[in-house]
Design a protein around this ligand. Structure first.
Ligand SMILES: C[S@@+](CC[C@H](N)C(=O)[O-])C[C@H]1O[C@@H](n2cnc3c(N)ncnc32)[C@H](O)[C@@H]1O
Length: 200
């Protein structure tokens, strides 16, 4: 882990706090109210979602030891059982079709291989189960989209590998997921998505 990553992980909650309070809490609460049964959360970070789960059982996978350590307070605050384990989204240590819901928030922007991460999320989700995602994405706009492309190399270095220009909706569709609900905010930069793994 680089010094920049360590800094980013240590101060992540403080950096995000204004956005979380003013914008994201409502989106996260609404999205996670759709979680059911056995839930897997990838890249759970400092556990910001943990207090929002209701009537489910959560397994969370997070590669950063520093993030996992910071999430322990939120595991205790949660009203549901939560187990956090080390691991990456690209190689989930689970059998196929075992989770009712698979959650990722602000993660597909950061994982090194987003295609493989979505394939793994789909693999471990049961047929008819749901993927719940909240992500920032590349804008479908000739100027702003290109600006996101241009800024991404510097942004990645500053923000622990985060890409400003991931086309997450296209990725979900290309992996054969059915998009059943989307909500966008902040000029379509952020999207909340409910996608279903077909039961065929
Ligand atoms: C921007 S933070 C988001 C944290 C949290 N999910 C949230 O909503 O605030 C990105 C998270 O993805 C994690 N991450 C990075 N690479 C990953 C990978 N390959 N698989 C799973 N998580 C990863 C990081 O350690 C970090 O916790």
């Amino acid at each position: 882990m680089t010094a920049m990553s360590r800094w980013f992980h240590r101060y992540y909650d403080r950096l995000m706090e204004p956005l979380e309070r003013r914008r994201f809490l409502t989106i996260r609460t609404s999205l996670l109210s759709c979680a059911k049964g056995e839930v897997l959360e990838i890249g759970s970070g400092t556990g910001i979602n943990f207090p929002l789960y209701r009537d489910v059982h959560v397994t969370a996978v997070e590669p950063s030891a520093l993030m996992r350590e910071q999430s322990t307070a939120r595991v205790r605050q949660a009203s549901v059982p939560i187990t956090v384990i080390p691991g990456t989204a690209e190689r989930l240590p689970f059998e196929p079709d075992v989770f009712d819901t698979v959650v990722g928030t602000l993660v597909l922007c950061t994982v090194p291989d987003a295609v493989q991460a979505v394939r793994e999320m789909k693999r471990v989700c049961r047929p008819g189960g749901t993927l719940l995602l909240f992500e920032h994405v590349r804008l479908d706009h000739p100027v702003w989209g290109r600006l996101q492309d241009a800024l991404t190399p510097a942004w990645k270095r500053l923000c622990d590998g985060c890409h400003l220009n991931r086309d997450t909706m296209r990725l979900l569709r290309s992996e054969g997921l059915d998009i059943v609900k989307t909500q966008s905010c902040m000029g379509h930069i952020f999207i909340a998505v409910e996608a279903v793994k077909r039961a065929d």
